[in-house]
Ligand binder design. Sequence first.
Ligand SMILES: [Zn+2]
Length: 486
Amino acid sequence: MTHSSRIAALLLFASPTLALAQGLEPALEAVKTEHVKSDIFFIASDEMRGRDTPSDEIRIAARYLRARLMRLGFEEGGTNGYFHEYPLDSSALDLAGTSAEVEGGPVLSFGSDYWIRSRSVRTDSESSGGVIFAGSSDADRDLDGLEGIAGSWLAFQDDGRSTGRLRRDAEREEAAGLILIEAEAGEYAVRFEGTMESLVKGSVSYPSERRRGEASAPFPLIHLTRQAWAKLCGSSSALPEGTSADAWAPERGTDLDLNLTERRKTAGDGGVTMENVCGFWRGSDPELSKEVIIVSAHYDHVGARDGEIWNGADDNGSGTTGLLAVSEALNAYGPMRRSIMLIWVSGEEKGLWGSRAWSDNPHLPEGCKPVANLNIDMIGRNAPDYLLITPSAKHEKYNGMVKLMESFAKLEGFPELGDADEYYHRSDQAMFERLGIPVAFLFSDIHEDYHQPTDTPDKIDCDKIRRVVRTVVRMLDGMQTDELEF
Ligand SMILES: [Zn+2]
């Protein structure tokens, strides 16, 4: 800071005329229906394409939230600026490196000669071996009587039966892989429609303890069209003289005497980084400011499916914009005695991934500890005075936060809070609870548009969100006593 700006800063603090009103009343006033509405028509717009985890659009949403935190004077609360980053495993297929070919024979084309199943790509893999015709996957459900299994592909007629046991057996016997041969021409093109697209798009998963570190390739299984099988037979020296490859019905156990290699290549480095957005509102009390109240909402939804956008306006555009309204209220309030961390988590719809990542790796400023979590998810639908909470008085985890909500909710037009106890473990509070802190969950229940493409922003009661947020702000204000009573 330069000398002249320091003087300007001193003047600013010294001047009573410039001091803005702070505290609860201005904070409540700062929560505006029109602000909620403008935010929700952005967050839940078609252009955001349902904020899938991961997607370009959820990253845009994260940057929208970040911009607001910056503007409102929040401290960076994440591991990378405002972002708390966490890794997901990803398994997108790189078509250029994916192939199957017979040595000195035909090259099979992925997506027309053969398919692999979606979710069957975790890492680069290559498998080579001879090909043994092993019969029908229905009639010959064991490997008895087959010779030379180790190192060979076992080709079965696909009779539509589950292949789980066959795969386990073949893997145990160290086969190169399993081949299923289409029963009727054209069947696989129908069955695997869209598979290539979803493999290229890839699937993501939360890294499990078991799979952390080196990912292992699943046991190879490929689905061959009848036509591709005929190509293999046509290049086999075992094909009897005078028999056409299409018409040949080899006996069980026939070794085709050729070498098939199948390769799968994953795109990128096998991982993707996701973001929770974290804004820290530092408390004013030298001691109590080390105690952090976490207020959370998930900002993801389920994306687009079959060309339809699932906007997720209530789920959870309502909580996302509600949390933005909380940030505006805190800006108007000024510092509370305790610190507040606002966290917008991603990946909730996939299985509470973002909140799991945060609670696996809590990140707070030096010396701070979490003391409570309030989570909001779906607060913008149903009757204006209808609002649920968990843990309710009937629940063993009933706590002081809920009591405060019950008393303040009356002031905002919710005479009675119903119980959402059956949802206690179904949103992000379940993960924050793992930190050993009391949690509460505000929710205005499901409705006919829940997890439908029709959960659109025009149906949201933005004034209800305003009143829920005001209740939250009153509760935060009520949580500034010397001792928290839980
Ligand atoms: Zn939700």
